[in-house]
Design a protein. Structure first.
Length: 139
């Protein structure tokens, strides 16, 4: 099954905070903003521009979203998208929302990822511009 991936070129970071940490005011993004909290950590995906240098983070990443919405019962979407990237040795960070799946790759690998997907029959297109979001909601 082929998919269309939307490419968001805003440089993103994956940030590690301690368990139960509050979302800092610098955490925002115009493309993807995500908070995942477990008993052992809180992870953020947000714009790299606001992330303090001393924080524990990695990036820059480029995000690709599978054009959706996707049915939550659909199987094999990520497997089909990640296989061509594994063949090219492109490391990924993935996450899912209610409507779709997201694949983050190192910004330096974004063109290689897009090329690998195109060779595999997928379409990659620029994403529409979005308004910045933060923990406090839309600005």
């Amino acid at each position: 099954m082929s998919h269309t991936l939307l490419r968001y070129d805003e440089p993103l970071a994956v940030v590690r905070l301690g368990p139960g940490a509050e979302i800092p005011p610098w955490a925002s993004s115009g493309s993807l903003f995500s908070v995942t909290a477990t008993a052992t950590e809180t992870s953020l995906v947000c714009a790299l521009a606001g992330v303090p240098r001393k924080s524990r983070h990695q990036g820059p990443f480029t995000a690709f979203a599978v054009e959706g919405p996707l049915d939550l019962g659909l199987t094999g979407v990520l497997a089909g998208l990640l296989s061509p990237l594994a063949e090219e040795d492109v490391s990924v960070f993935t996450l899912s929302t209610f409507d779709t799946d997201w694949v983050l790759v190192a910004a330096a690998d974004a063109d290689r990822a897009a090329d690998a997907w195109r060779r595999d029959g997928h379409a990659v297109t620029p994403a529409p511009a979005a308004a910045p979001r933060s923990a406090g909601g839309p600005r």
